[in-house]
Design a protein around this ligand. Structure first.
Ligand SMILES: [Zn+2]
Ligand SMILES: [Zn+2]
Length: 362
């Protein structure tokens, strides 16, 4: 018989877990493996609440296994390193994002694209190499192989830096890969949420012109005055969309609700690229004519490899890019999830694990 989560490993751990598809989170005793020779163990101080956490705990993607400890925007301080660990020592500020493992022998892995390895192991809700399940960052400690641990730059605030481990790399990687970083370019960002707001900041840090495309005019002031977007287009205002036709070199589409692509394709210049980052439940309609006329591309992109995640953090630290966050205590997490479902957050909740988790121990 399989051992219980509390007994399968030697090191005691405590976190909050969802027990069923209601998604309700509550205190949970479990265990983590001992620090292996290539492992880094750290005390978790902060963990961001990603929209994926909400989808996962409610089993909206159909792959949930309970109990589930979510969280893949995890930062903290190293407490122990294995004998073969070279890059980290006790006391270092580190983070773990969406990945904790991959095959390390395929083409993706050799190209530092562990995120596209067919055997990738996500930080929570996945079977690990040893057959036990992975548990995420809504917990007191974390242990992961050195390859999947990144260094948080000294000048980066830990709480506001945490969301970069998922939201940040998700937008940074396509900006770089699709060449949306050349000065003089005009880039559209669709949707102003957890992804969209850091996309605006990274794109501005690269020095490109940024237009925020949103359904809600109410976000215009915020996008321009606070986040630094150059302009704002209301997506269901035909006049504004018409005025912006054919002006953009690239668009990052962060929207995960079903929405029409045709108007967005119209905003692109010839050879322009529309990059999908959100995952709508139903397939989107792709009008071929609007791609053919102007030789346009529609592509997708998902998080990033570990090497690029470190590069992204270093770039963010240099250009003072962090997420706008609302820090909440652990026992607020269920309320935070309800608010997140209504997009009632600017723009990311981050759980203050270090100061509030232990008080919730039964
Ligand atoms: Zn995420
Ligand atoms: Zn691989």
């Amino acid at each position: 018989m399989a051992k219980s989560p509390e007994e399968e490993h030697p090191v005691k751990a405590f976190g909050w877990a969802a027990r069923d598809h209601s998604g309700h989170l509550s205190p949970f005793n479990f265990s983590r493996r001992e620090t292996g020779e290539e492992d880094v163990r750290f005390k978790v101080l902060y963990c961001g609440i990603c929209h994926s956490d909400l989808h996962s705990i409610k089993n909206e993607w159909g792959n949930a296994a309970y109990p589930m400890v979510p969280g893949h925007e995890i930062v903290g301080v190293v407490t122990e390193v294995g004998s073969k660990v070279e890059k980290f020592k006790v006391g270092d500020k580190v983070g773990v994002g969406c990945l904790v493992g991959a095959c390390h022998s395929c083409e993706s892995c050799s190209d530092d694209l562990e995120n596209y390895c067919s055997k990738l192991i996500l930080t929570y809700n996945m079977p690990y190499h040893d057959g036990t399940r992975t548990y995420g960052g809504y917990s007191d400690t974390m242990v992961a192989p050195e390859r999947y641990v990144v260094r948080i730059p000294d000048n980066m605030p830990l709480a506001a830096g945490a969301p970069l481990l998922c939201a940040g790399i998700t937008v940074y990687s396509p900006l770089k890969y699709f060449g949306f970083t050349q000065p003089g370019m005009h880039i559209g960002i669709v949707g102003l949420g957890g992804l969209g707001h850091v996309a605006v900041k990274f794109a501005k840090a690269f020095g490109v012109k940024v237009t925020l495309i949103s359904t809600s005019l109410s976000k215009k002031k915020e996008a321009i005055e606070h986040l630094g977007a150059d302009s704002f287009v209301v997506s269901h205002d035909p006049e504004q969309m018409q005025a912006a036709m054919g002006t953009m070199d690239g668009i990052l589409d962060t929207v995960s609700a079903t929405h029409p692509l045709l108007p967005l394709l119209g905003l692109l210049k010839n050879n322009g690229k529309l990059i999908l980052l959100g995952v709508p439940e139903k397939p989107l309609e792709l009008p071929a004519f609007s791609l053919i006329m102007g030789r346009k591309t529609v592509a997708g992109s998902g998080i990033g490899g570990m090497k690029e995640t470190q590069e992204m953090l270093d770039f963010a630290a240099k250009h003072n890019v962090t997420a706008d966050i609302e820090v909440v205590p652990m026992d607020y997490v269920n309320t935070a999830m309800e608010r997140l479902a209504k997009a009632d957050v600017r723009y990311r909740f981050v759980i203050d694990i270090g100061n509030s988790l232990s008080a919730t121990k039964p």
